[in-house]
Ligand binder design. Structure first.
Ligand code: F6R
Length: 607
């Protein structure tokens, strides 16, 4: 989290820094700041809250200079106020940081004992003082930075300015992403290529342990030992255009509506309509030899992985280990050399998932990344990439990335099933057909939008909402609950329907809405019994099912949402849409900041 940008330009950089920060705002929006260096020294402006506040501060007191750095913050250490906002500076050095300096307490103690005075509560400020101490001792900016980096534990991407060095920025990367942009007599740094896309398309990515000395003429990259290294420059395909909301009130709603299209785009990249077959890009290993699959992800992507486990086990008959990335990496799980590990991530930068990928790679597993950001670190580091073609997802709450992840996982399950001989030609054709019907059904489901909004209207004052589902509807129940809590701040929990009677049912009374995700599958009757148990205790059931299911609960459920009758296989992808819409409308009606909910960030690059 946190976005950083650095520019050595030919003219005033403040407007370009602000523009770059706007493109990075998805990484955090607790505070923002910029600093420049000129012959007069370092100058900076900072503001609590979103970048509009920083823009206002800059408009009030313009900031000059052609060399500058900027930051948008997702707070880790220290409350989100102006004092804790980056850039941090002691007058000699100014820097911005993404990541966490884990040994900052110890460094702060040592530096304080040496007379350094700290003004913020952040972990970052120790880096300012470490580098500054080196400069005071007569070291060059490069040497002072290199020595300071050796003392840092944790994760960081840094961009650093030095008083007396107009036209110099030093950047460093360990654990957190950092890209270099090459211009004509101008140079750039950014957390990702998207931030730099309007400025240049020529990009290289620093590798872990690298630092870079940036001047108008170019970049010199070094490893941690100070040895010069080369990093490839490539032409990014990312567009420099700002993505708009169109006629939609929020990005989230726009992205929910885009699903019919992007599900189709993602499927079409794997589906041959003439032969009705599915293929995956060539893998640098033999899929038919895979005996076990490990699926790892966080948050919404983890719920996609849960559905993937059901599918892979069912259609490929291959056992699947499923893990939340932050647990997996420290569990010391006995991974198998040559086994297949799959990492699912919208951003491709999530620190825990990336660390899990590296763990598996070091254990000589085959690694596959299912990512939406094509130039992300996971996409670059995995043995093979299965892209989701959702397009940029701006709303912090993931929607279209989730359903396209499900499409890719469905294709993986089918192709693996074929390779393993568990799925015959007819089986493949039937499953592929179910997938190809999804875009049209998704359009139909979206027609329930107004009805779902009217149900949302009745749920604005509730304190708790439960979501129930069985089989592949269980992860959708979990996803529905996550969507609701993250954007409406209403407490919500998802349960396997059969688990209610083991404890959670004690919470049920007439004040608790229970959203039931109940597609017409072989488990329907069992879920229906669990719904009866909830209704018998006064629970306010919002039932989501096909026409037959809805008919069964007519007059008993508080509200119903009628879905098209679809194949069981396709159901989780389609049933994700009404739970997304329900969460969206509750939050929008409550008036929360739907696209940038409090305390969250789109890309979670810290542990
Ligand atoms: C929820 C949400 C998060 C992300 C999670 C993983 O709506 O967006 O739970 O799914 O932070 O992010 P990625 O997929 O980028 O690894």
């Amino acid at each position: 989290m946190c976005g950083i940008v650095g520019i050595i330009g030919k003219s005033e950089v403040a407007p370009f820094l602000l523009d770059g920060l706007k493109r990075l705002e998805y990484r955090g929006y607790d505070s923002a700041g910029i600093a420049t260096v000129t012959a007069k020294g370092i100058d900076r402006r900072r503001a609590e809250g979103k970048i509009v506040n920083l823009e206002a501060a800059v408009e009030k007191r313009p900031i000059h200079g052609a060399t500058g750095i900027g930051h948008t913050r997702w707070a880790t250490h220290g409350v989100p106020n102006e004092t804790n906002a980056h850039p941090h500076s002691d007058g000699t050095v100014a820097l911005v940081h993404n990541g966490i300096i884990e040994n900052f307490q110890e460094l702060r103690r040592q530096l304080t004992a040496q007379g350094h005075v700290f003004e913020s509560e952040t972990d970052t400020e120790v880096v300012v003082h470490l580098i500054s101490a080196g400069i005071s001792a007569g070291k060059t900016p490069k040497q002072a930075t290199q020595d300071a980096l050796q003392r840092l534990k944790g994760a960081f991407a840094l961009a650093i300015l030095f008083t007396g060095h107009d036209g110099l920025i030093i950047g460093a990367r360990k654990g957190s992403p950092l890209a270099i942009g090459y211009g004509e007599g101008e140079m750039f740094l950014g957390s990702d290529a998207l931030a730099l896309a309007p400025l240049t398309r020529r990009i290289s990515y620093l590798e872990d342990g690298d630092f870079v000395v940036l001047a108008a003429e170019g970049a010199q990259i070094f490893n941690l030992l100070g040895q010069p290294v080369e990093r490839d420059i490539h032409i990014t395909q990312l567009s420099g255009a700002m993505i708009g909301k169109g006629a939609y009130r929020h990005f989230m709603l726009k992205e929910i509506y885009e699903q019919a299209t992007v599900i189709g785009d993602t499927l079409n990249s794997h589906f041959n309509p003439v032969e009705r077959t599915l293929t995956l890009p060539p893998m640098p290993f033999d899929l038919s030899a895979v005996e076990r699959v490990t699926l790892v992800a966080c948050g919404t992507s983890y719920y996609a992985a849960m559905v993937g486990k059901y599918w892979i086990e069912r259609f490929a008959r291959v056992p699947v280990d499923l893990d939340i990335a932050s647990e997996f990496r420290y569990r010391g799980s006995p991974v198998e050399k040559g086994g297949l590990s799959v990492f699912i991530s919208q951003s491709g930068e999530t620190a825990d998932t990336l660390a899990a990928l590296r763990f598996c790679r070091d254990a000589e597993m085959h690694t596959v990344a299912i990512v939406n950001a094509p130039e992300s670190t996971m996409a670059r580091e995995a043995d093979a990439v299965l892209p989701t073609l959702a397009g940029p997802e701006i709303g912090v709450a993931s929607t279209k990335a989730f359903t396209t992840q499900l499409i890719v996982l469905a294709c993986l399950a089918i192709v693996l099933g074929k390779e393993k001989g568990a799925l015959d030609r007819d089986g493949e054709a039937a499953l592929s057909k179910a997938l190809t019907e999804i875009p049209a059904y998704a359009t139909e489901v979206l027609k329930s939008d107004d009805h779902i909004r009217s149900i949302a209207q009745t749920m604005l004052d509730v304190a708790d909402v439960f979501y129930l589902g069985r089989g592949t509807a269980y992860p959708i129940a979990l996803e529905g609950a996550l969507k609701l809590k993250e954007i409406s701040y209403i407490h919500a929990e998802g349960f396997a329907a059969g688990e209610m009677k083991h404890g959670p049912i004690a919470m049920i009374d007439e004040t608790v809405p229970v959203v039931v995700v109940a597609p017409p599958d072989e488990l329907f009757e069992k879920t229906a019994s669990n719904v009866e148990e909830v209704i018998a205790r006064g629970g306010r059931v919002v039932f989501i099912g096909d026409a037959d299911g809805v008919a069964q609960f007519k007059g008993k459920a508080f509200a119903t949402i009628t879905m098209p009758t679809v194949k069981t296989f396709a159901a989780p992808i389609l049933y994700a849409i009404p739970v997304q819409l329900l969460a969206y409308h509750i939050a929008a009606l409550k008036g929360t900041d739907v696209d940038q909910p409090r305390n969250l960030a789109k890309s979670v690059t810290v542990e």
